[in-house]
Write a protein that binds this ligand. Structure first.
Ligand code: ZN
Length: 381
């Protein structure tokens, strides 16, 4: 191994499909072809809530459950994102988590900060990522901070403003066909030895997004909400939330897992199709570019996280996304349209009585409106 393996010796990489367990390394895929997950012995971890209160208001306050060491941290000052109560749909306890307030304008910084910190520790000099935009911008920013050369491969439909952001951080941008074409090209480069800084495949990324659950737990007076409604494309936030709440339960900090609901776009809903059979809708979303993923590698994991928590998945259309985007803007919240899909999903969950009015509900807003000016120009014209 060409990096200090001792740092990772408390962690292992496991394939949840075939069960193969291996040491932590730059490997990003199991021999059987499935994604890997990082695990550690939770019984060895001591997370003292009182010590947490003395630490800076950053996701790095949960260092006991993160697979990195302090000297390798690559940080752009990730905040503890605000959790605000919002008067929506007459709900008593609806909390919105402002995850678009990260340094690059999206929740992806949770994952990038931890993943690029691990890459730095491994001595990585070159990284490649494929993304519809936000993850690419985030990885590019953290690579810039770490002094790692970065290439981001994007599909042809990615927003021009997101490409500008990626280029501004000094990363090389390659535009390549469909979302799968971009992923295939990145994998080819990764096979040649470039570090695959994939928000989808790299297991360190989900170690970062799991801090979402730890923050919600602390911000809700160290309790779990009843329900969390999340956008679900590749499912990096859904899976991070699931892993985080599961770890909090294993640590004895919460009694129950919140019910997790995954919201997908009409015409691109593999979780809904798996849970409810067949595609319930045709058409295609022009507003939810961040979650238009037809064949997500972690689909099995997403379905399991939803089923195990007693949640569900459903689709929303562009009309519903538009209406809910406007509701948020009227409350002073300027987000990219994909972010409004979760709120549209919550509205549907209420109508279908899958969520009760008196339950405590958390909805993250995942990306800033500044990311997609052209789409927003059409929404308000
Ligand atoms: Zn496997």
């Amino acid at each position: 191994m060409d990096f200090p393996i001792r740092v990772f010796e408390k962690w292992k990489m496991v394939c949840l499909k075939c069960g193969l367990v291996q040491k932590v390394s730059k490997v990003w895929r199991c021999k059987c072809g499935h994604p890997l997950t990082l695990i550690t012995r939770m019984e060895d971890i001591q997370l003292d809530p009182l010590i947490l209160t003395e630490r800076p208001l950053s996701l790095w306050r949960y260092r006991e459950v993160l697979p990195v060491v302090e000297k390798s941290i690559v940080s752009l000052g990730e905040p503890l994102t605000p959790l605000i109560q919002l008067d929506l749909m007459g709900l008593e306890s609806c909390f919105i988590k402002l995850d678009f307030l990260f340094p690059t304008g999206s929740f992806k910084d949770r994952g990038s900060s931890i993943m690029i910190s691990a890459a730095k520790l491994m001595g990585v000099k070159e990284a490649v990522e494929d993304s519809s935009g936000n993850a690419g911008a985030s990885v590019a920013a953290y690579c810039a901070k770490a002094g790692i050369s970065c290439k981001v491969i994007v599909p042809s439909y990615a927003s021009g403003s997101k490409l500008l952001q990626i280029r501004a951080y000094g990363a090389k941008v390659v535009v390549k066909g469909s979302r799968s074409d971009a992923a295939n090209l990145a994998m080819q480069e990764a096979k040649k030895g470039t570090f695959y800084a994939s928000h989808v495949w790299n297991p360190f990324f989900i170690e970062g997004t799991k801090t979402f659950a730890f923050e919600v737990w602390e911000q809700m007076e160290r309790k779990e909400p009843d329900v969390v409604v999340l956008p679900a494309g590749h499912g990096t936030l859904l899976l991070g939330a699931y892993k985080g709440f599961l770890e909090l339960k294993e640590l004895g900090m919460i009694e129950n897992l919140p019910r997790l609901f995954g919201i997908q776009a009409e015409g691109c809903s593999p979780i809904v199709d798996r849970l409810h059979g067949g595609s319930e809708s045709e058409g295609s979303s022009h507003l939810a570019e961040g979650i238009m993923i037809k064949d997500p590698p972690r689909l099995d994991e997403m379905v399991k996280s939803i089923v195990e928590t007693g949640g569900d998945a459903l689709t929303v259309g562009d009309h519903e996304i538009k209406e809910n985007w406007k509701k948020l803007a009227e409350k002073g919240l300027f987000v990219e349209p994909t972010s409004a899909a979760s709120l549209a999903g919550l509205e549907k969950l209420m109508k279908e009585r899958l969520v009760d009015r008196d339950e405590s509900i958390v909805v993250p807003l995942t990306g800033s409106g500044l990311k997609t000016p052209q789409k927003i120009a059409r929404l308000i014209s």
